[in-house]
Structure formats: C-alpha cells, structure tokens
Design a protein around this ligand. Structure first.
Ligand SMILES: [Zn+2]
Ligand SMILES: [Zn+2]
Length: 250
C-alpha cells in the first residue's frame, strides 16, 4: 500500500512538471529575430522551415532598407496565416550593424550608433545590437554607451567561430540593461532557427506584442548545437558573390 501511495505521488509530481512546462511553452513564442532575404536566399522556403523547426515566427531583414523585407513579409502573411512575420532593417551605422523593427520609414545609414538608436526610438521602433563582437561590422565595446533596447547574445554565424563572439557578448554585457535575444543571421533558408528567442507575450501572437516584450526585456535567447546548416550558411555569406538585386519570386 505504501508503494502504491508513493507511485501516485510520483505520478502527480510528473504531471505537475509536464503541465508547468506546457504552460510555459504556450506563454512563450519562439521567434528568430535575424533572418535575411535577398537575391541569394530561397526565401520562399522560410514558412516550411518554420514548421519543421517548430518556430512561431520570424523577423525578416534586408540590409539598409526595409522595403524589400516588407514586400516579402506581405507575401508570407498572405500565404501563411499560422506563423508570425514582421519586417525590419539591418543598418550600417558608422560603428557597426544595428537592427530596427517596428519602423515604417527608412533609417539613414552611416550615422553614429547612438544617434541611430535615437532615430529608431523617435519613430516608435525597437533597436537590437546584433553580433556585437563578430568583426569590423560590429559595434563592439562601444555597445556600453549605446542605449539599444536589446542585444543579440546568440548569433548563428558565431557558431562557426566556436561561439567565441557569443561568449564575448555574454561575458561583457549580460549585466547591462539590454534585453537578450538570439537570431540565426540566416542568409540561407534552412539555417533559420539555429538561434532563436523565447518571447513572453502572454500568448498574444502579434508583432506589436512581440516588440513590446522586447522593450520590456521579456525574452530568453536560445541556441541549438552547430549543424550542417550553420556551415552552409557560413558558405552562403562568405563565398557567394554579393548582389543588390532584389526580385520578388514566389
Ligand atoms: Zn550584421
Ligand atoms: Zn545580419
């Protein structure tokens, strides 16, 4: 009888843990905040990749202009009502890359990172410092004085460098007042979701709530172990000739 009692208690504890985990999963959306679309990316595959990787949504970016990203997002929204798509821009500031979401006009490039953050905020947008220690195109130590809403602590591209740029970000800035996000930096559709972010929106599935959660730092960055698609993404970025052609293909 004692054993039966213990078994029942054990069973109850297991159910409690599982339901707590399920509730947490329901409250949190899994979002990849750093996905590029350009001429080289087979972006029409992205909705399928989201299904396979069980992600809820994706922030779509183009470098220095959000218009192409917006066009692609509008197409995705038309075709796929189940997932969440929103557009942004990864801007070249004078100090390095900066991501903006929630804006509806172009952000000038080559300004200082502090000024660019202010411009984004004045337009009602949200700013993220991506890959702070990746290379010449990163804001680096200057991030200390840049009042962005969030920082990318896990960048998919950094996995190729044994995550060293990610560790640098975590060690340097984890106690600064940045929301923490993860993003794949995918320039190759199948690499979407190799890093992503859990976003607590109380189950609301809108762009506005996701960006509000970013502002309130209600985010947890996540990183998957390195796989073939990370390597393929690295090759796509480094060895494929760059092009500015932006053509809608579906
Ligand atoms: Zn970048
Ligand atoms: Zn990028």
């Amino acid at each position: 009888m004692v054993i039966v009692g213990w078994c029942k208690k054990f069973q109850k504890a297991i159910i409690k843990v599982i339901s707590a985990m399920t509730q947490q999963n329901n409250a949190n959306l899994s979002i990849d905040f750093h996905v590029h679309v350009d001429e080289r990316v087979k972006y029409w595959q992205i909705p399928n990749v989201l299904r396979v990787r069980e992600l809820d949504g994706v922030g779509i970016l183009t470098h220095n202009s959000f218009r192409f990203a917006k066009k692609i997002v509008d197409k995705f929204k038309e075709k796929d009502k189940k997932k969440i798509y929103f557009a942004g821009v990864e801007i070249d500031t004078a100090d390095g890359h900066l991501i903006a979401y929630g804006i509806d006009q172009e952000i000038p490039r080559d300004r200082s990172s502090e000024e660019t953050v202010e411009i984004i905020r004045d337009l009602g947008g949200v700013s993220i410092i991506p890959h702070p220690f990746m290379s010449h195109n990163s804001i680096g130590w200057k991030s200390y004085i840049v009042k962005a809403d969030a920082m990318e602590f896990y960048n998919g591209f950094a996995k190729i460098f044994l995550n060293f740029p990610n560790y640098m970000a975590e060690v340097s800035f984890r106690h600064n007042s940045f929301g923490k996000v993860g993003g794949s930096d995918a320039h190759f559709a199948q690499a979407v979701g190799t890093c992503y972010t859990l976003v607590d929106t109380d189950g609301v599935r809108t762009e506005e709530e996701i960006l509000e959660a970013l502002r309130k730092h209600k985010t947890i960055p996540k990183i998957n172990p390195i796989d073939f698609y990370d390597i393929r993404n690295f090759i796509a970025v480094v060895f494929t000739p760059k092009t500015d052609r932006r053509i809608i293909r579906f």
